[in-house]
Design a protein around this ligand. Structure first.
Ligand code: SF4
Length: 289
């Protein structure tokens, strides 16, 4: 029976069995959901298909959301990628993540991974890395299961909800999952996966959840683009051999403690931060009267 309560345990299991974190996660899921390997792989294949469709729709989207706050930015970023300071790969990831998030804002079909608010980060990171590395579908599915294993532990030991732990819990978790998947796609070790998760989350600790008018649009949509890039840097650092001084499970504990101590005004209540700016309040009044 496969069991793990921390990322350290997940890493140790992968090392003991000389396999990936993704394979351990799949085994865990199989044993706990009594699902067949074939069906689980099919489900994940379907998730990956939906993720890719949402990226395609997003980077071609010119429609505004009902509120008029978001829409049409992903295509601008995508079209700018050849002249960008940061380069084609980074801008493609940013455009893809913003695009998926724009699809979410117009009630389109996305995979909430781990949540709808952070839905662009993991797909954008995986697709960008897989295109660069020419990964096979089997490797992509393994990377998705790797991300899922990380998300499982964070959900159990901290939170993945902005309403509970601030945006660090939502976009922070997505960053950790995306960084883990990219290390996996880049041929990194289970230890490097752990360091990438720690590095990605550490740099987002304390991030407020302060959506304007309570809509998952501002700052959420563009934040998905920033965080996708952020997770790529964490993955690259880990693949380069950089280690997190604070072990990954302690980083998750810190995230949980910070989440509990954040004021409720920055936990998706739209009663603080950007939501309370003069412009934020004016938007809220315009949208809701
Ligand atoms: S700011 Fe809040 S609603 Fe927006 S993505 Fe972050 S956690 Fe989700």
């Amino acid at each position: 029976m496969v069991n793990f309560n921390s990322i350290k345990e997940l890493i140790e299991l992968a090392k003991e069995r000389n396999t990936s974190i993704g394979k351990i996660t799949m085994e865990y899921e199989q044993e706990h959901s009594f699902d067949s390997e074939e069906h689980m792989l099919k489900s994940m294949q379907n998730n990956w298909r939906v993720m890719q469709e949402s990226i395609e729709r997003g980077i071609n989207n010119k429609d505004k959301s009902l509120s008029g706050l978001t829409g049409g930015d992903a295509i601008k970023i995508y079209n700018h990628r050849d002249e960008s300071y940061t380069g084609k790969t980074v801008m493609t990831a940013a455009a893809s993540a913003v695009g998926v998030s724009e699809v979410n804002a117009v009630m389109g079909r996305i995979v909430a991974c781990p949540t709808a608010g952070s839905c662009g980060i993991v797909p954008a990171a995986i697709r960008t890395a897989a295109e660069k590395n020419h990964n096979s579908e089997e490797e992509i599915l393994d990377a998705l299961f790797t991300a899922a294993g990380i998300g499982l532990v964070i959900e159990a030991n901290a939170s993945i909800a902005g309403a509970y732990g601030g945006c660090q819990a939502e976009c922070g978790t997505a960053a950790g999952m995306a960084a883990a998947a990219m290390v996996q796609l880049g041929g990194g070790t289970p230890d490097q996966v752990g360091h990438a998760v720690a590095l990605a989350i550490k740099n987002l600790l304390g991030l407020a959840c302060d959506p304007v008018a309570g809509l998952v649009e501002v700052p959420c949509v563009k934040r998905n683009g920033f965080v996708a890039v952020h997770s790529m840097v964490a993955a690259d650092m880990a693949l380069a051999g950089v280690e997190s001084v604070i072990p990954v499970d302690e980083v998750i504990d810190a995230m949980d403690r910070i989440g509990r101590s954040l004021p409720r005004t920055v936990k998706e209540t739209a009663e603080g931060g950007l939501a309370l700016t003069a412009t934020g309040k004016a938007i809220s009044k315009r949208v809701f009267g």
